[in-house]
Design a binder for this molecule. Structure first.
Ligand SMILES: Cc1cc2nc3c(=O)[nH]c(=O)nc-3n(C[C@H](O)[C@H](O)[C@H](O)COP(=O)(O)OP(=O)(O)OC[C@H]3O[C@@H](n4cnc5c(N)ncnc54)[C@H](O)[C@@H]3O)c2cc1C
Length: 284
């Protein structure tokens, strides 16, 4: 029995969540392993298991499913819910959590006014959690029969997802790439290097050329690969914040005054349409 219930799909995430939830925990947190059920059913299981464990704090990773299941559990419990938390604490008897606000330009601190409390932790916080927290695995308690109905109206193959926080090599591109069709040239270089593909925010959010998981920066993935190649990326502070811990940064930009050159280990002033094929050729 513990006051904290961890809901996660993997033991690795559970260990990180145990570290992040340590300031809130009274004893060893319980760990409910996520199943493959729909978030609606998972939420009912979370609520029932939390009830059986006497848990008053529920924590989950801020993955798509974690966020949805946690938010639904909070709604069922009439509890407060803070998503994408960076850290949590107990202050003056209240549970508090910090999270990015205003699109990532500031950090706000929020307090739960009452119990129970439901939190999801940002994936970057999980990746940065130091050490491995202890937890006690508990059996899932079946939730009440859900009264929803789902109908499959269309099915499409799942787009390949990527977790850039774990990538060792990243080839990233920005608005220097003129059109979506040219992504193939970036992909060819990335393939030669065994690298994953990243991008700046305009590529994912405005142009929607790549899914959001590819966005690097303060409102995207915080990455620390051995090699980060930035192609046609200006190097705005919000992008820099997401890749500054890369071991080696290579920048290619046609503007010699682009900010990216201030923090690149290697800089090539040139047109990416000439440099990418040259790099590819050099790689053999
Ligand atoms: C709250 C907030 C949060 C944000 N979060 C993020 C974030 O998480 N990640 C992020 O990336 N941005 C973020 N931004 C946006 C950020 O401020 C920049 O606008 C963005 O990073 C610029 O993207 P870019 O470098 O691709 O485009 P641009 O700034 O337009 O730069 C394009 C670059 O390509 C170069 N170029 C053009 N043609 C070529 C060519 N043929 N060959 C070589 N170089 C060429 C240009 O010289 C230029 O430097 C955020 C902004 C705000 C306000």
């Amino acid at each position: 029995m513990s006051n904290v219930l961890i809901y996660a799909a993997t033991e690795e995430d559970a260990k990180a969540l145990a570290v992040l939830a340590a300031p809130l925990a009274d004893g060893t947190p319980s760990f409910l392993k996520a199943s493959t059920g729909l978030p609606e059913a998972e939420a009912a299981t979370i609520v029932a298991t939390a009830g059986a464990e006497g848990a008053t704090v529920i924590v989950a990773p801020a993955s798509k499913k974690g966020n949805e299941a946690a938010a639904r559990a909070a709604e069922m419990l009439a509890a407060g819910c803070i998503t994408e938390a960076l850290s949590a604490a107990t202050k003056d008897g209240k549970i508090t959590a910090k999270r990015a606000i205003y699109g990532g330009v500031a950090v706000g601190e929020f307090a739960f006014e009452k119990s129970p409390a439901v939190l999801t932790f940002a994936l970057s916080a999980l990746a940065g959690a130091e050490g491995a927290g202890a937890y006690e695995a508990v059996a899932a308690v079946a939730g009440a029969e859900a009264s929803y109905r789902k109908e499959l109206v269309k099915s499409e193959p799942l787009a390949k997802t990527v977790d850039l926080t774990k990538a060792k090599r990243i080839v990233s591109f920005g608005r220097g790439l003129a059109k979506k069709d040219d992504i193939g040239t970036v992909e060819a270089l990335a393939q030669k290097l065994g690298a994953d593909i990243g991008c700046s925010r305009p590529i994912a959010e405005e142009l929607k050329w790549l899914p959001q998981e590819h966005q690097v920066g303060i409102t995207g993935a915080i990455v620390k690969p051995d090699l980060y190649i930035a192609l046609g990326i200006s190097g705005a502070i919000q992008h820099f914040a997401g890749m500054k811990d890369s071991k080696v940064i290579v920048a290619v930009n046609s503007n010699k005054n682009a900010p990216i050159f201030q923090f690149a280990d290697y800089g090539i002033v040139g047109d990416i349409y000439e440099v990418i094929p040259a790099l590819e050729q050099a790689l053999g």
